[in-house]
Design a protein around this ligand. Structure first.
Ligand code: SF4
Length: 363
């Protein structure tokens, strides 16, 4: 008997346009054997500019456009709420966004000093995961664990929504929202490629900073991408393993002796300064000798700038917020050790948009 045992063709799931840079978009068109591939650039540029996938606008005939629409989708996250806190430079705003499956993420607009043209400028803090598996003790996001990774398109979608839906003039991007970006590496890499694409969002590498809780293997993978001008910052938060492990579970697997060499190996260049974030919790990581120990670590990192961030107690505080005098004393102690240091203003505390507070209910 002559039986045809070949399986029916498996329908390929549609791809998110926002997760593909132009080269990847072209490659997908080829792989799917779609017609009118010569219009790829026009369609992709238009989609990234307008946040809508409408191949007909580039002149595709209806039949070809319909085939492209079956193969691709573009969905911006839907704004659910926006809370605002006024500050000297302008409002800090936290946007709650919902994704196609109903998952919710947050992004934060942090005002920057205006540009030479007097226009407002924004640093956008984006999320990379729904929840987070790192479980840092001071962080609201980590409390519920990891729900799921974001796709590259869902990361890029935040930037487009910030520009197109909220009208924010996004100059800088920090991957410091919900989630550990290096724990979702493939999506991070694909999103970076889209964001850096000169025909699309066209960010320069210097305007993007990836912030990690300290995944040494992820830092090595990031280095291997060869994006030599990309910013990097790390949450140090304690200068010794016992204290750091208490604050950050990741330190059990990747203690300081693994983390520091991984950071020191990140490519140094004239304009590069590694951000070292230090969430100051009185009595916990500002003990006598802590500043000197931080200085010892900073000296092994090359050019580093320590950002002292006053702790923001959330729903389940592990300490209290430091007083102004305590912050000043720690900053002065670091300066006395010769460490470049900056005191980070706590923007957004009242709307739970400050570091470690995303993922918690807004008042
Ligand atoms: S601080 Fe960052 S890495 Fe740590 S639990 Fe929160 S989101 Fe995750």
């Amino acid at each position: 008997m002559n039986e045809d045992r070949s399986a029916p063709p498996v329908a390929q799931a549609p791809s998110d346009v926002l997760g593909l840079d132009l080269a990847a978009f072209r490659a997908e068109l080829r792989a799917r054997g779609l017609r009118a591939q010569g219009l790829a650039a026009e369609v992709w540029v238009d989609a990234l500019k307008r946040g809508a996938f409408e191949p007909e606008r580039a002149g595709l005939v209806p039949r070809a456009a319909a085939a492209w629409r079956e193969a691709f989708f573009l969905r911006l996250p839907v704004p659910r709420a926006l809370v605002t806190e006024d500050g000297e430079l302008g409002p800090t705003e936290k946007a709650l966004l919902s994704l196609a499956d109903g998952a919710e993420i947050e992004m934060v607009r942090i005002p920057m000093p205006p540009g030479p043209d007097g226009r407002e400028r924004t640093t956008l803090c984006v999320s990379s995961q729904v929840g987070c598996r790192m479980g840092c003790a001071f962080c609201e996001t980590g409390r519920g664990g990891l729900v799921r990774n974001l796709g590259a398109g869902e990361i890029v979608g935040q930037v487009l929504a910030a520009r197109l839906v909220f009208g924010w003039n996004v100059r800088k991007l920090v991957f410091m929202g919900m989630g550990e970006p290096l724990d979702n590496f493939d999506a991070l890499e694909a999103a970076l490629r889209v964001l850096l694409d000169s025909r699309g969002p066209a960010f320069s590498q210097e305007r993007i900073t990836v912030c990690t809780s300290g995944l040494g293997d992820g830092i090595a993978r990031l280095r291997a991408l060869g994006l030599k001008r990309l910013g990097l910052s790390v949450s140090l938060n304690a200068p010794d393993d016992p204290t750091r492990t208490r604050l950050m579970r990741i330190n059990r697997e990747q203690p300081l002796d693994a983390l520091v060499p991984a950071l020191a190996a990140y490519p140094q260049r004239a304009s590069f300064v590694l951000g070292v974030n230090y969430c100051l919790i009185p009595g916990l990581n500002d003990r006598p000798g802590d500043a000197a120990r931080v200085a010892g670590i900073a000296a092994r990192l090359g050019r580093a700038l320590v950002n002292v961030i006053p702790y923001n107690p959330g729903r389940a505080p592990i300490g209290r917020a430091p007083s102004e005098a305590e912050v000043e004393a720690f900053v002065a102690a670091l300066e006395a050790e010769g460490v470049p240091v900056r005191r980070r203003a706590t923007k957004g505390r009242s709307i739970m948009a400050a570091c470690g507070q995303l993922g918690s209910p807004s008042p």
